[in-house]
Design a protein around this ligand. Structure first.
Ligand code: FAD
Length: 444
């Protein structure tokens, strides 16, 4: 759409039978719709008003999954409409390069259509990584795609890989009273986040009953009729109804004809790109998951817009791809933007910490979501905001308020904004005022 607005003629080629991408059909949207339904169920179960109706409610995992269907349909409709309105031609079929200015797309009647273009943007996404010695055809061995087709609520599950997807599914299953083992290959959960936030995540997951094991490496997976055993190299064994493999993703670069144009994906199947998302062939770009981290829908959209501007006008807004927040939909939800305490300490930047605990906020007390905290890191001297880290209800929304101030230039980026501005009351946004007062009071 950005390219069309820039006066280019554009075609989108999609291998699936509907538009929307993995994000809509088997990634972000179904997992977040599932998580929302489970949260609604948890809120209902906790609400004293409905205690007398609880034994009439019998909700199974597939019922909760169904909630995603309507959202997926709505997203697909919206996207078709956008493409139509912007005169983007959409063709269905698996695209393959035949040379560096032509791709081939097999049509449903078997005839291959050849399309030529001056520029190409590869946005083929990623899929769960499958180690060759694990049998993903066994019904007890799942990945993040096949878990969306699970037809029953298991009694127990082992999740191997405690990255974002592993932690999110640990929250989903423990909320359904499923026994969960979360087996992490590293020494702490989500180590790219601020330590205080990941400590809180570990604490709350354990409080909810999740067994977390760190520094484990799988040795073998043994699936049978009565369960699946994950054998770790440490000698530990985890036997559960199901195994969810959530350890790594590979870029979708197979059968793309890359060998015809001299592009070689890295060992994760991703394409290496420069700062402008160009591959080693400057007229062929790669964006989104196929170009590697951060592998977020949010960042992928903006990389696409960035590249659209780069091709159409040769100029782009670099800020679009430089700073992006992270939203992690565990229970509690997590979100952050900017630098962590560890990074600021290593860079010897004099910072101070501003905290607000959700349990003190009237809005959190009203909704019953009192678990959570907002933490703002700011420069001791300039008072500029350097990082915002939040966990708890609505964390991924709350973070944007601070992000808006942090992205201002010069003196406009100041923590004082939050004490000099009146916020609606009662709101979760009030956490900013509480935190700012807390932080400013620490200065001497
Ligand atoms: C379980 C899960 C939860 C997630 N949750 C979040 C979240 O909460 N927030 C967030 O920001 N991100 C989330 N993500 C990540 C997000 O889904 C991806 O970062 C995003 O979808 C990447 O977009 P993309 O356009 O690169 O690829 P995709 O969305 O995967 O789309 C790629 C498209 O290319 C098509 N394709 C592939 N090969 C070809 C070919 N040869 N020819 C034609 N078409 C082809 C595919 O059919 C697909 O439709 C999640 C991912 C997963 C798996």
């Amino acid at each position: 759409m950005r390219l069309c607005k820039g006066g280019q003629r554009v075609a989108v080629i999609e291998a699936h039978d509907k538009v929307g991408g993995g994000c809509t059909h088997w990634g972000t949207i179904p997992s977040k719709a599932l998580r929302h339904s489970i949260q609604m169920l948890a809120d209902y179960r906790r609400n004293p008003l409905f205690q007398h109706t609880l034994d009439q409610v019998d909700v199974e995992f597939p019922d909760l999954l169904k909630a995603a269907d309507a959202v997926i349909e709505a997203q697909v409709r919206t996207r078709y409409r956008y493409y139509q309105r912007n005169r983007v031609e959409v063709l269905f079929g698996h695209a393959r390069f035949i040379d560096d200015h032509h791709i081939q797309v097999p049509r449903s009647d078997g005839v291959a259509e050849v399309l030529g273009a001056e520029h190409f943007v590869i946005a083929t996404g990623s899929r769960p990584y499958h180690p060759p010695d694990v049998d993903f055809n066994h019904p007890r061995v799942l990945d993040s795609d096949s878990v969306l087709r699970l037809g029953h609520t298991p009694r127990s599950i082992t999740i191997y890989g405690a990255g974002v997807i592993g932690c999110e599914y640990a929250s989903v299953f423990t909320s359904l009273d499923v026994k969960v083992n979360l087996v992490d290959t590293r020494d702490r959960l989500l180590s790219f986040l601020d330590d205080e936030i990941t400590d809180a995540l570990s604490y709350h997951l354990r409080q909810q009953g999740v067994v977390i094991r760190h520094d484990e490496t799988y040795g073998a997976v043994e699936a049978s009729n009565d369960g699946v055993v994950l054998h770790c190299q440490s000698g530990k064994k985890f036997k559960t109804d199901l195994l969810l493999w959530a350890n790594g993703r590979s870029g979708n670069t197979a059968n793309l004809g890359l060998e015809e144009i001299g592009l070689t994906p890295n060992r994760r199947g991703q394409l290496d790109v420069n700062a402008s998302y160009q591959t080693s062939l400057p007229h062929i770009y790669a964006v989104g998951d196929v170009a590697g981290p951060p592998a977020l829908a949010s960042a992928s959209y903006d990389q696409g817009r960035f590249v659209g501007a780069h091709i159409a006008e040769g100029e782009c807004d670099w800020s679009l791809i430089e700073a992006f927040p992270t939203g992690i939909y565990t229970v509690p939800e997590i979100s952050s933007v900017g630098r962590t305490e560890r990074e600021l300490t290593a860079a010897q930047i004099p910072y101070e910490v501003a905290h607000a605990n959700f349990r003190t906020l009237a809005r959190a007390q009203i909704t019953g979501h009192t678990v959570g905290m907002l933490k703002i890191l700011f420069h001791r001297e300039t008072l500029a905001i350097l990082g915002i880290h939040c966990f708890g209800e609505q964390a991924s929304e709350i973070v944007h308020i601070g992000q808006a101030i942090m992205s201002q230039t010069g003196e406009a980026n100041t923590i004082r904004y939050f004490v000099n501005t009146t916020f609606n009351y009662p709101t979760m946004a009030e956490a900013y005022r509480v935190a700012a007062l807390n932080g400013l009071n620490r200065l001497f």
